[in-house]
Design a protein around this ligand. Structure first.
Ligand code: SF4
Length: 359
């Protein structure tokens, strides 16, 4: 059957199927992807579904989960005279005392880049040390690995803060007060890692995991597969995005990552330390690690300001509406907490699309 992205009939059929299959009790489905949240809110998908289906965004925004200590390290490097390069959203995330953008306004050489390749070009044009604040999930890491494997200039290093999605999903499933009935797994991360890494999570925790694409119909299709699994009592890791994801993922990208990085424990803002959930450079590339090159290791700082519910939002235990500061004190122009900074973060997305819970 031809798959049309804007097929109203197909959307209606999927919504009817979801209505028929969803159990007669509250059902909480979590996705881990800012793009999924944008598709859901922009198209009002929650309003098509029964009230008992509660869809939340988990830790799907790399900006929000980057810990203060990593930002403090970047701030320290810039203060010490390095050129620090970072993606746009990272410029606004508060470190312990300020953001990279604020430090830049005080004269530090902090530059916004759209890719790691841009940071390399800066390094090629100067004798000064250039550091790239390397954040993101499995999707962005292969590009950084490729650049490092391709003999970049000597004055180039990275501050690794790369993270892995399946261990974060596992940490949510282990929270005692988080009744997750199923996950929509992120399509772009899954393009790299495939279906396999989700299988142990389903086996050990019993919640369905369905990989979803980014069109409204993709999301409805993934939801339909999840509620079908719940109704049948047969949870599995299922690929609902076959046009984008192969079972084994992208082996070339996986090899690139393995060649340059190694898995390590990692701190996630709002969650804390998650075992084996991050990537740092392996022994072949240690000299490219700015932490070691410049011997910096700031202590963990305060991860979210007082009364900010970001830790609960990131772990799918609260919505932005439940935060007293949402919309009034905390806005994208004047973010109080990290979940309002990134354009892939739930508070930011709900603010941009009106902040109504049924969006
Ligand atoms: Fe934190 Fe602002 Fe979100 Fe409230 S609205 S949880 S203060 S980021």
């Amino acid at each position: 059957m031809e798959f049309k992205f804007k097929d109203k009939e197909r959307a209606r059929d999927l919504v009817q199927l979801i209505n028929r299959k969803v159990p007669d009790r509250p059902v909480k489905i979590v996705h881990v992807c800012g793009t999924h949240e944008v598709t859901i809110t922009e198209n009002g998908l929650r309003s098509l579904l029964p009230d008992r289906i509660d869809i939340r965004e988990g830790p799907g925004c790399p900006v929000c989960v980057t810990p203060t200590a990593d930002l403090d390290a970047a701030l320290q490097l810039a203060r010490d005279g390095a050129i620090v390069t970072a993606f746009g959203d990272m410029m606004n995330v508060p470190g312990t005392d300020k953001s990279l953008k604020e430090l830049k306004s005080e004269g530090a050489d902090v530059r916004l880049v759209y890719s790691v390749s841009e940071a390399i070009k800066i390094a090629e044009s100067t004798d000064r040390e250039v550091v790239f604040l390397s954040v993101g999930f499995e999707t962005t890491t292969p590009m950084t690995a490729a650049v490092l494997a391709n003999d970049p200039p000597e004055n180039f290093s990275i501050l690794p803060s790369n993270k892995l999605i399946p261990p974060a999903m596992k940490s949510l499933l282990e929270l005692p007060d988080n009744d997750i009935d199923g996950f929509i797994a992120p399509g772009h991360v899954s393009t790299i890692i495939g279906v396999e890494p989700y299988e142990p999570l389903v086996k050990n925790y019993g919640a369905p995991i369905v990989i979803g694409g980014f069109e409204p119909l993709d999301i409805l299709y993934a939801l339909a597969l999840i509620v079908k699994q719940i109704a049948a009592g047969k949870p599995e890791a299922e690929n609902g995005y076959e046009r984008g994801v192969d079972y084994g993922g992208n082996r070339k990208s996986q090899d690139l990552i393995k060649n340059v990085f190694k898995v390590t424990d990692s701190r996630w803002r709002g969650i804390g330390n998650i075992p084996e959930s991050g990537l740092t450079l392996n022994s072949n590339y240690e000299n490219r690690n700015a932490r070691q090159r410049f011997d910096i290791d700031p202590e963990a700082g305060q991860e979210s300001p007082p009364n900010c519910l970001c830790p609960q939002v990131i772990t799918a235990r609260a919505t932005p509406e439940e935060c007293d500061l949402f919309r009034e004190t905390c806005t994208p122009k004047s973010p109080y907490g990290p979940c309002m900074v990134g354009e892939e973060a739930m508070c930011n997305i709900w603010y941009r699309y009106g902040g109504r819970p049924k969006l």
